[in-house]
Design a protein around this ligand. Structure first.
Ligand code: S6P
Ligand code: ZN
Length: 170
């Protein structure tokens, strides 16, 4: 049995036992277009790009993954901070992103190479059906906080998505 009702806020997630994953530039450097800009940033530390708060859940197809992500504002060269991005391994199921604060884009690309950009903002839902690799980009100057919901049994495929090189075009 699993029932809960909590505020959609990172602090409340943590109180409820969420696992917090911190993604720093050094862990995703190769995904950025301007490697020299990334190296310059790393000389002065290793900036946190985003944090993911994941509630404990069974990896069960009858459950949902209900993560909150805090994506910080910033640039690597002229490319805004972004999440790593991934496909869901087969069965490749959908995901919805609901903006909580800040603004940005949900960049999606399918296996045929088609690239699309969907707006992410507070009170707005962006939906990516199965087959679309997805990544969020912070195009604003404030934290972009978003809620993402998908099936709890998804397996992230970061490798195939990294090959796509799907980026925010200026
Ligand atoms: C999970 C969902 C999000 C991301 C998070 C970080 O399916 O899409 O919770 O995990 O935004 O992105 P990434 O690409 O590093 O997993
Ligand atoms: Zn996903």
């Amino acid at each position: 049995e699993k029932l809960f009702s909590i505020p959609l806020l990172p602090a409340d997630y943590e109180t409820y036992g969420a696992l917090k994953t911190v993604r720093r530039l050094s862990q995703m450097k190769s995904l950025y277009a301007d490697q020299e800009a990334a190296d310059r940033l790393l000389e002065n530390g290793d900036p946190v790009i985003y944090e993911v708060y994941e509630l404990p859940h069974p990896n069960d197809e009858t459950d949902l993954l209900v993560n909150i992500t805090v994506l910080y504002p910033g640039y690597v060269g002229d490319e805004p901070y972004m999440t790593k991005g991934h496909f869901h391994r087969e069965p490749d199921t959908a995901e919805a992103v609901i903006g909580l604060s800040g603004e940005g884009e949900l960049l999606v690309q399918n296996r045929e190479g088609e690239l699309r950009s969907l707006k992410v903002a507070a009170g707005r839902i962006s939906y990516a059906g199965g087959g679309w690799a997805h990544r969020v980009v912070n195009t604003g100057s404030e934290n972009l906080v978003f809620f993402a919901v998908s099936g709890a049994n998804i397996v992230h495929d970061y490798e195939t998505a990294a090959e796509l090189n799907f980026k925010k075009r200026q």
